[in-house]
Design a protein around this ligand. Structure first.
Ligand code: DLL
Length: 433
């Protein structure tokens, strides 16, 4: 099966745009009527629902941020009475209160539909055995993928995150063909497979659907080569719906963002100005079908770009490029912006380097210092000191020319950087401590 819903996924642009404007108008009308916060913000901006006559008019609407969700904690932005809300999720966040999101029955049905689209797009079918190793619970990854995979009719193993040896056992014994988890977690699973002496040829895995954290093209190549599978990117965030906002297809050239449910824009994060297609900036998303928690121009903090170029898979929905990183994950070293994904792309081109790394930022006197800790392979680690020093220098040169800042490289012994069973932590910023 090529599409889950061929009519909606291949809808001509004109029809999609007509649907989008109608649904946008409905959403704006609803939030203005039912959510005092939105009404206040719109009044302050001098805009009313009648002012939204075309898709371009969206830029008259004020942005919504994570802070707005926090200020209205927990349910202040819900647009329906709690009797209509049948599920609540939340995203942990590193500081302050979590972000709380709610779903009506219709929201959950729609989410499962979008996840079914996503899974089919990323090589899943009703014959697949899907091992879902995203965490079940308040995190949207577990249950979000779960209901989509059941809808597709695949055999779902709700293994959730953690207990890596058991994950590998299940994979082997139950004949898992599709794994869903974070890209960092599949690499950890691979390590455990190796420790147990299990080769890719011993298992039936064919595809993996990875997301919830940024990962580079080089990381994709690493995962595909090691596990001998197709690795697809899936994007989403709790505030918008959870996983399934956008997903790759067999072309693996950007993620189709489901435009019949979401309107995406890219803005300059400093000025808030809307940027043309192709430009990189912060992704802003408006939901146009959500009932419980509609989001108007939500600033995701994720950096990406959008394209309307037709895709060979036949889906007409616009594509977003792989997310480079979050603006709040970016570290500014002496004025230069550095993303963990940039470091990752460089590291993974160097032989003897493992895909486990950490950026440690510190301030010595008044100067920022960036240390990149990187694990080396067992073979390299047992080499002579001189060879290790050479490798250190080579990594340093490559990083410095790619990033444009001076870097200290610390080679770490195999297995010494913390493994993640969910979202990996890539940055430790000691300047804020
Ligand atoms: O991570 C939802 C999800 C679950 C997506 C499973 C994909 C798979 P949150 O916990 O709210 O929701 O975190 C959302 O994670 O704003 C991005 O910064 C990051 N993120 C999610 N998917 C990707 C991706 C889930 N494919 C935040 N590439 C988002 C890069 C991603 N970053």
């Amino acid at each position: 099966m090529k599409y889950w819903d061929s009519y909606l996924e291949t809808m001509p642009r004109q029809d999609l745009d007509r649907l989008k404007i109608r649904r946008l108008q409905e959403t704006v009308y609803r939030v203005y009527t039912f959510v005092p916060y939105y009404r206040k913000k719109m009044e302050e901006a001098g805009v009313a629902p009648v002012d939204i006559q075309s898709l371009e008019d969206i830029n008259k609407l004020p942005f919504t941020t994570k802070q707005d969700l926090r200020d209205n904690y927990p349910f202040g932005l819900f647009a329906v009475p709690m009797t209509e809300v049948i599920r609540i999720h939340s995203s942990s966040g590193t500081t302050g209160k979590p972000t709380v999101v709610g779903y009506t029955k219709k929201d959950l049905d729609q989410w499962a539909e979008l996840m079914a689209r996503a899974l089919i797009s990323a090589g899943t079918s009703r014959r697949s055995v899907v091992q879902n190793a995203y965490g079940y619970g308040l995190f949207t990854g577990g249950l979000g993928i779960h209901y989509g995979a059941e809808k597709v009719g695949a055999s779902v193993i709700p293994s959730s995150g953690g207990n890596t040896r058991r994950q590998v056992m299940l994979m082997q014994d139950f004949g898992t063909t599709v794994i869903t988890c974070t890209p960092s977690y599949i690499l950890y699973m691979y390590e455990v497979m190796q420790q147990l002496g299990i080769q890719p040829a011993d298992i039936k895995l064919k595809a993996g659907i990875f997301g919830a954290e940024p990962w580079s093209e080089t990381m994709r190549a690493e995962i595909e080569n090691k596990l001998q599978i197709d690795a697809y990117d899936i994007y989403g965030l709790s505030e918008i719906i959870g996983p399934g906002v956008a997903v790759e297809c067999s072309e693996k050239q950007g993620l189709h963002l489901w435009e019949d449910h979401f309107i995406a824009e890219v803005i300059d994060p400093e000025s808030g100005e809307v940027l043309p297609y192709g430009s990189s900036g912060e992704l802003v998303i408006t939901t146009i079908t959500k009932e419980a928690l509609p989001m108007v121009r939500y600033r995701t903090r994720d950096l990406s770009s959008l394209t309307l170029e037709p895709c060979a898979c036949g889906r007409t929905h616009m594509r977003m490029n792989k997310v480079v990183g979050r603006s709040d994950d970016m570290v500014i070293i002496r004025g230069v912006n550095v993303f963990p994904s940039m470091v990752e792309s460089v590291l993974l081109t160097i032989d003897g380097v493992e895909p486990h790394y950490l950026l440690v930022v510190d301030r010595v006197g008044t100067l920022d210092e960036l240390e990149v800790q990187v694990e080396v392979s067992e073979e390299v680690f047992s080499d002579e000191i001189r060879k290790l020093e050479e490798l250190n220098q080579r990594i340093r040169n490559k990083l410095e020319s790619a990033l444009g800042v001076s870097v200290r490289v610390r080679l770490k012994e195999p297995g010494s950087i913390e493994r993640s069973e969910g979202k990996a932590r890539r940055v430790v910023d000691r300047r804020r401590l």
